[in-house]
Design a protein. Structure first.
Length: 336
């Protein structure tokens, strides 16, 4: 793959930061609703994890039985019962060799599960915009230093499977994503603040497009490994970019982002997220290939996106939603 194409494709993996920001915002919002009306932490935990568990468990079982995991195991002797136990307990994100070993993308669920667990503590102490900003600044500046110290330790001790530890402490571990989750908390408090004046509709549109394109421009530099703000990690910089885009959308929902296509993909995004790695695995064994690398990449992207969506629709409508509904009923009966 040409270097220019590789740089372009590599920035796509940072799109997960957008989901972390939105997830943190929605999690804080749901916890506030629970805190104000019921103040039942265990009930809130159950409802949050019920939304994750059905499809995630099915995906873990299917990937284990079909392709034997994604291969991100290093010296591990395949997918062990300990690995599966960690996945079913949603603590796989705490173990470098397990964090992304079965589905190939489950590290996101691992990070989100840990965030769910500590949200009650965060909500208690990070209870204002000022504290949210302070939390972001502190974690954004300290985290890269901590991660670099850990990686250097791995190098010095010549620990096996270095590439796994590099990926884990460079991206997959919860600590690395805390600043981005902090941006979601900032978004939560920004949304709560009442505007002191109403901006003209035209001004809102102008602000929306300026913030959108102003956020996109730095991506070109970061794709070439040029950090625009010294001291912040690549992950945090992308998180800031996505926060700016979200704020622009709050000012005005422009159709470049807020359109029926993206809304439809968002509706089935969880199922798409879980099935797309398996489709990539199968695609790599297909004979679909073009001489032009850009054409090859583009066709691959379109096929995986379309097929993932086609599969995700029935999975969401006929498996995920009924399963969540059933678990909700069981939860209500157990409470009664």
């Amino acid at each position: 793959m040409p270097e220019s194409l590789n740089q372009f494709v590599s920035i796509g993996q940072n799109g997960v930061q957008l989901f972390f920001i939105i997830s943190a915002y929605l999690t804080y919002k749901s916890y506030e609703n629970n805190y104000n009306f019921r103040h039942n932490i265990m009930d809130w935990y159950k409802k949050k994890f019920i939304r994750i568990i059905p499809l995630f468990y099915i995906a873990v079982i299917v990937y284990t039985l079909s392709i034997g995991g994604c291969g991100w195991l290093g010296s591990e002797p395949g997918i062990t019962w300990k690995n599966l136990a960690c996945h079913f307990l949603l603590v796989h994100g705490l173990v470098p060799h397990y964090a992304d070993s079965v589905i190939g993308v489950e590290w996101y669920v691992g990070v989100l599960s840990i965030f769910y667990i500590i949200v009650p503590i965060l909500y208690k102490y990070i209870n204002s915009l000022e504290r949210a900003i302070a939390f972001f600044i502190l974690t954004a500046m300290v985290n890269p230093i901590i991660m670099r110290v850990i990686i250097n330790y791995v190098y010095e001790k010549q620990i096996s499977d270095v590439y796994i530890y590099e990926a884990y402490f460079g991206s997959f571990c919860f600590m690395n994503q805390i600043p981005v989750l902090g941006l979601g908390i900032i978004l939560f408090y920004l949304r709560k603040i009442n505007c002191r004046g109403q901006a003209d509709k035209t001004d809102k549109k102008l602000i929306s497009y300026i913030t959108l394109f102003g956020a996109i421009l730095p991506i070109k530099g970061m794709a070439r490994n040029v950090n625009n703000i010294e001291g912040l990690s690549h992950i945090t910089l992308f998180g800031i970019i996505f926060l700016v885009i979200i704020l622009g959308q709050i000012a005005h929902e422009n159709k470049l982002i807020c359109n029926s296509v993206f809304c439809m993909l968002g509706k089935y995004s969880y199922a798409i997220y879980l099935v797309h790695y398996g489709l990539l695995y199968l695609y790599n064994y297909s004979e679909i290939h073009f001489t032009n690398p850009w054409m090859n990449c583009g066709v691959r992207y379109l096929i995986i996106t379309i097929v993932s969506f086609i599969i995700a629709v029935p999975i969401t409508n006929y498996i995920e939603k009924p399963a969540v509904k059933m678990l909700d009923k069981i939860l209500i009966k157990s409470e009664g």
